[in-house]
Write a protein that binds this ligand. Structure first.
Ligand SMILES: [Zn+2]
Length: 113
């Protein structure tokens, strides 16, 4: 006795796979897949969708409603420090790594004041 939901993918029942075939000869169907509820966290889309492609199809179909849940009306910003880190030429015995400059992005925590 396991609990499940039907996959929310709008085209799940149109995918030609053997595990979707149900019914008796003469009246066979492709049926939406079951998604077991014990396997995945409830915070994961895998608790409502059988696959990444069913999730993508749902998101593409309902993109306006989905983004209306939490609209992004202005840009967010993350405070950072940018450092130039110079790495000297280095030979490991097989080849020589030329000197290079790394651009390092470091997140700055402004919450602590
Ligand atoms: Zn599906």
């Amino acid at each position: 006795m396991s609990s499940f939901v039907w996959c929310h993918g709008p085209g799940c029942h149109k995918s030609h796979t053997q595990d979707r075939i149900r019914g008796v000869k003469g009246s066979k169907v492709l049926r939406t897949k079951k998604v077991q509820q014990t396997q995945w966290s409830q915070n994961s889309f895998y608790s409502k969708f059988c696959s990444q492609s069913c999730y993508n199809a749902f998101a593409n179909t309902h993109i306006q409603e989905i983004t209306a849940i939490a609209p992004r009306t202005e840009a967010l910003e993350t405070p950072i420090d940018v450092q130039q880190v110079k790495h000297p030429e280095h030979n490991n015995g097989h080849y020589t790594q030329r000197a290079w400059t790394e651009t390092k992005i470091i997140t700055v925590d402004n919450n602590g004041g």
